[in-house]
Design a binder for this molecule. Structure first.
Ligand code: C2E
Ligand code: CA
Ligand code: CA
Ligand code: CA
Length: 279
């Protein structure tokens, strides 16, 4: 399961294979989940490789289903995308993550950055920019500490439109990252035109480094390319010291992964933040 694209297909099929009735029920539940306050946002630290310090975190949604327990995003995000429910869910996640981050800023961690996933449907919504502006204003968070993660494929359907949307977003003062980089098809010439700040190396290329020479070559090339374009580069899915060492030797800027921590609920994430103060 090294091919990320194939992974997505499997997740999609697993949703499709669920009995139609059950799927319909899940969709019904999903529609009610926001008003019933069943979603949670977990946070996974992002670490500066040079200093070893936490400089940000990725916000990852969780669904606490009343009967099923924690439903994995791999299961309900594809369903939410299909039904367009990802738009209100994504907006809720963005607002919640910004409110939480602003609280942490005020509590003594003024420079912590939050990365929030943006789905294709959200990105192409005409009202996206005004919604983001409203959330920034209402939460009072400093825009430069908000980073929106979009995938390569989102940008490829209509490159010119995507560039203008990205420019409007960065015009608000926020940052943009390209998520799952390497799994799509964006060419260097496009990448150069994107007003982005960070490339995220997909975890499928991190999993088997340094042993797998193809993945090692890809990770090395992505880091070099990011730097030649003056972009920040972060590796995700880092689980071992060996992987981290490989990335450090190649001057990868940041990492995220189980080696540091799994995504955590806010109160547990706060314990990590408190430890940072004592460092
Ligand atoms: P992603 O954006 O690529 O997020 C990274 C995924 O890798 C997360 O899975 C995270 O828990 C997992 N991960 C982090 N470190 C490690 C590691 O060291 N090893 C391994 N094996 N996995 C690691 P998660 O939370 O299950 O999310 C899955 C996907 O669901 C995300 O992939 C993203 O595409 C989507 N997603 C999650 N939250 C949101 C959201 O709020 N909005 C949207 N649109 N998509 C979301
Ligand atoms: Ca992401
Ligand atoms: Ca990713
Ligand atoms: Ca991914």
């Amino acid at each position: 399961a090294k091919d990320h694209g194939r992974n997505n297909v499997q997740q999609y099929e697993s949703v499709m294979n669920v009995h139609a009735v059950e799927r319909l029920q899940l969709e019904k539940d999903l529609r009610k989940a926001i008003e019933r306050e069943e979603f949670r946002v977990f946070y996974q630290p992002q670490i500066d490789i040079d200093s070893g310090r936490m400089i940000g975190m990725e916000a990852l949604v969780r669904w606490q289903h009343p009967e099923r327990g924690m439903v994995s995003p791999g299961l309900f995000i594809p369903l939410a995308e299909e039904t367009n429910l990802i738009v209100p869910i994504g907006e809720w996640v963005m607002r919640t993550a910004c409110v939480q981050t602003k609280r942490w800023h005020d509590a003594g961690f003024p420079h912590i950055r939050v990365s929030i996933n943006l789905s294709a449907h959200q990105f192409t919504q005409p009202s996206l920019v005004s919604k983001v502006r409203t959330i920034l204003e209402e939460t009072g968070i400093e825009p430069k500490y908000v980073d929106l993660e979009i995938t390569e494929s989102i940008t490829m359907t209509n490159v010119d439109k995507a560039i203008s949307t990205m420019s409007e977003l960065t015009g608000l003062g926020i940052q943009i990252s390209i998520d799952d980089f390497g799994t799509g098809y964006s060419s260097l010439s496009y990448l150069k035109k994107f007003p982005i700040h960070t490339l995220k190396i997909d975890q499928s290329f991190v999993r088997d480094i340094p042993q797998n020479s193809d993945d090692a070559a890809i990770a090395t090339a992505v880091i070099a390319m990011a730097h030649s374009l003056n972009l920040n580069v972060i590796a995700e899915g880092v689980e071992t010291e060996e992987q981290l060492e490989f990335l450090r030797e190649r001057n990868c800027n940041e990492y995220q992964g189980y080696l540091c921590s799994r995504p955590l609920p806010p109160h547990e994430f706060e314990e990590l933040l408190a430890n940072e103060l004592q460092m």
